[in-house]
Ligand binder design. Sequence first.
Ligand SMILES: Cc1ncc(COP(=O)(O)O)c(C=O)c1O
Length: 397
Amino acid sequence: MKLKLVNKSNPEDMLSKSVREIPPSGIREFFDIVYSTPDCISLGVGEPDFITPWRISDSGIYAIKDGCTHYTPNRGLPELREVIARYTEDKYGISYDPDSELIITMGVSQGLDLALRSIVDPGDEIIIIEPCYVSYVANVQLLGGVAVKISVSSDNGFKINVDDIKKSISPRTKGIILNYPANPTGATIDEETLRLIAGLAEENNLIVISDELYSAIIYEKRHFSIVRIPGMKERTIYLNGFSKSHAMTGWRLGYVAGPETIVSMMLKIHQYTALCAPSISQHAAVEAIRKGEKDVRLMIDEYYRRRNFIANSFNEMGLACPMPEGAFYVFPDISATGLDSRSFALDLLKKEKVAVVPGIVFGAPGENHIRCSYATSMENLKEAMKRIGSFVRSLKA
Ligand SMILES: Cc1ncc(COP(=O)(O)O)c(C=O)c1O
């Protein structure tokens, strides 16, 4: 008997339908153009301009020299899990058992993937608040899930209207993804709103995936995690990591925590798909937690200075820019220029050689905005704002 195989002359036939249907990241597409523009100042990248603090890198180097180059336990190094559990308790008042409620991951990216894979079946709905980090919608869709989108707007400082969440809940809703402080808006979610969301989650039996990757980079306020609300630890998957706080994007390290039942499901997926997070990075991260707080503080002080400068500069040139509460992005409204976000970004790049990210890549409600990262030197920021100012003036002339 002959088996009927897919038509190999058409490689498209061999590809998974869910992968084919997902568009490539708008950020990557835009940056292909940026990289081919010499002498451009980039406010586009979503990572710290600082290199990893030396004491942390040094620990990584020692780990290699000491031969710590093997697999670690699937959950991650016990020593790292212990210091993370202590850190989250001391800093954010949330406590996890390092042996049963925590897994070290390859960044929040992998934590998010594990979280969604552990709860989403095809057709399940996940509520997502746009504009948002580009991976959320795609990760839900890759699993055959449905991303149900609600929006926030700069008119009220990107605050969530909890009624919008309530209206979007259906019998197929499995959970909601929250990100605070947020990429791309820099807004955080206040305790009162988190309590209302927690109430909805309990009433409707929802899982909250709480992406708190930027929790250490917060300015006037103190970070408050939804996990602290009674009853929420039992239904929250908590994501955090080292990429932004400790300038460790390239080390690919994060962690996911939650109730033991969900964590044990995530561990199964992690065992089969990754085995463990990079061992060298895990050794460096122990040092990051033990001794990195002063370095983190210095970086935040610098981001704070830059945030004030860039947000004020946009407002002065007539582009309304809410003051971000955390992370290292501003998300000004460019509608006064009459350009859509993609045209604004492309023209600015062509005419003034400054790269910003069109707001539309973060979802439809991001249109009429651009995302500018201030994770670049003050010198670059000053020059970039001079160029953006002259671009905006040229449009008004
Ligand atoms: C909100 C948010 N979550 C997750 C990630 C992924 O981070 P990681 O480097 O920890 O995978 C990013 C990266 O930009 C982000 O902005």
